[in-house]
Design a protein around this ligand. Structure first.
Ligand code: G3P
Length: 230
């Protein structure tokens, strides 16, 4: 399962890219507004930091303008993926842009029927928003289960399920269990994935016990040889 980072905050992206675990990024107009910088500059910088797919969303609502916006954004870098909304106009734009060889992420997907339409339109990714379904009392993960089952049954569908609107570590784990191709994770949730109180407690005990041995794994000779190797 690939990890994308769901933010337009360049400091966060730089910091988390250093983990070596990030395969791409997703942005949306709300995240760009929060970042408070010029959209194209943000996308160009993310594309330099991360070699994988970086989603940049169109803001027009008619097909023709969406396609023009998509073509312009796609020129920013080879790894730009164009994000279009799951509307009839957006899916037409998806078909046209995909036909030109541009990767497209169809966003704001809230039903299995919509996901089928995205796959039929040649989308590279479809983004079901699970947190927003949970927010209205539905089970977002049921939608991921349905879409993964359908895409597995339809060999002709090449679209990847990109689980979006992730709010918790549990969402990431559930998406992995269901076989989703990609999760786009907010930085806070990605950091939370590392943590377990028993890890902290266990490490503190190991280090305290090690301290009592008075030993150290590296000695002066090791430091000298690693300095020479550098
Ligand atoms: O990338 C879009 C998506 O992840 C939005 O998440 O938390 O605004 O529902 P959220």
């Amino acid at each position: 399962m690939k990890f994308f980072i769901d933010t337009a905050d360049l400091d966060e992206i730089r910091d988390l890219a250093a983990t070596g675990l990030i395969d791409g990024a997703t942005t949306n107009p709300s995240l760009v507004a929060k970042a408070g910088r010029k959209f194209e500059d943000i996308i160009a910088e993310i594309c330099e930091i991360l070699p994988g797919p970086v989603s940049a969303e169109v803001t027009a609502t008619d097909t023709e303008t969406m396609v023009s916006e998509g073509r312009k954004l796609a020129k920013i870098a080879a790894n730009v993926t164009i994000k279009v909304p799951l509307t009839p106009e957006g899916l037409k734009a998806c078909k046209m842009l995909s036909g030109e060889g541009t990767k497209v992420n169809v966003t704001l997907c809230f039903s299995a029927g919509q996901a089928i339409l995205a796959a039929k339109s040649g989308a590279t990714f479809v983004s079901p928003f699970i947190g927003r379904l949970d927010d209205i009392g539905l089970r977002g993960m049921d939608l991921i289960d349905d879409i993964c089952t359908i895409f597995r049954a339809q060999a002709a569908f090449k679209t990847e399920v990109l689980v979006a609107s992730i709010r918790s570590v549990g969402h990431v784990i559930e998406a992995a269990k269901l076989g989703a191709h990609v999760v786009t994770i907010p930085p806070s949730v990605l950091r939370a994935l590392y943590h377990h109180p028993l890890t902290d407690k266990g490490l503190a005990a190991f280090l305290a016990d090690w301290e009592t041995t008075g030993q150290s794994i590296l000695d002066d000779k090791d430091s000298a040889s690693s300095a020479a190797a550098e």
